[in-house]
Design a protein around this ligand. Structure first.
Ligand code: HPA
Length: 273
């Protein structure tokens, strides 16, 4: 794993020397944030050694190196999911690569179903914790002690300090951002209404098919994590609608301006930490 990471990092450093403080993984429909980056260098996932191609529509498959003000960032536009049939190692390879490139902070964004009935489609929510319902964990297997501990603490898996910054930036945009617990499921089916009821009972406010593996790998490796969900739909059974991936992408696009402003201002502040 270390060798593969070193080869991928070398390819990127040879293409464009960088020492990012912040890494950002963009979820379904949230890719337009990339347009806000100054002087971007764009690298296709297909050119990065040991990287997979994305297979999901709405996920582009590009790594972007650039700046927000003076803060160096590396953005991953398009992520890998377990439901694509990839191993957990492959799903979290990009997260580990961001750390290898120097990122200390990881921003995880995603499209999610709203379970909490106080949410509405189009809402942006700061992730305060997660529940791993994937029955998988990227740290299963021999532990790489160079990377992190065998039994990582997950008490503050989503850094409260970063979350407060994001919520303050939302407030500056006149947006009261709520916090919530994200349940990560395997997919690719959306949930049944009964599964949504179960997730609500066990304490989830949001549900999605990503983020949990990356958050675990990032905590293992010592990165601070910040998570933002875009509620693209209320989860199954809450409203009388059929869930479609195209609608979910469209809903994410509608909040793009607000999402971009909050994220840009947050990254500027992360740069000062
Ligand atoms: N369930 C799971 N993943 C999702 C959903 C959902 O309702 N919406 C967007 N991603």
């Amino acid at each position: 794993m270390q060798k593969k990471l070193a080869e991928a990092a070398k390819y990127i450093q040879d293409t464009k020397k960088c020492s990012p403080k912040v890494g950002i993984i963009l979820g379904s429909g949230l890719g337009a944030f990339v347009d806000k980056i100054e002087n971007p260098t764009i690298i296709s996932y297909n050119d990065i050694p040991h990287f997979h191609r994305t297979t999901v529509e709405g996920h582009k498959g590009r790594l972007i190196i650039g700046k927000v003000d003076n803060v160096e960032v590396v953005i991953l536009q398009g992520r890998f999911h377990c439901y694509e049939g990839l191993s957990m190692d492959d799903v979290v390879f990009p997260t580990r690569l961001l750390s290898k490139l120097g990122a200390e902070i990881l921003v995880l964004t995603n499209a999610a179903g709203g379970i909490n009935e106080k949410y509405r489609a189009g809402e942006l929510v700061a992730i305060e914790d997660h529940i791993n319902m994937m029955a998988k964990n990227p740290l299963i297997g021999d532990n790489d002690n160079e990377m992190g501990p065998r039994f990582p603490d997950m008490t503050k898996a989503y850094c409260p300090e970063l979350r407060e910054i994001v919520k303050a930036c939302a407030k500056e945009q006149n947006y009261e951002m709520k916090s919530g617990v994200y349940a990560g499921v395997l997919g690719p089916t959306y949930e049944t209404p009964s599964e949504v009821k179960m997730l609500r009972i066990i304490g989830a406010d949001l549900v999605g098919m990503s983020t949990v593996p990356e958050c675990i790998a990032a905590n293992h490796i010592g990165m601070k994590v910040c998570g933002i969900s875009c509620v693209t739909n209320m989860a199954a059974g809450i409203e009388n609608v059929v869930l479609k991936h195209e609608h979910i992408k469209d809903e994410a696009l509608k909040v793009m301006e607000l999402f971009s402003n909050i994220l840009l201002n947050s990254v500027k502040k992360f740069g000062k930490l």
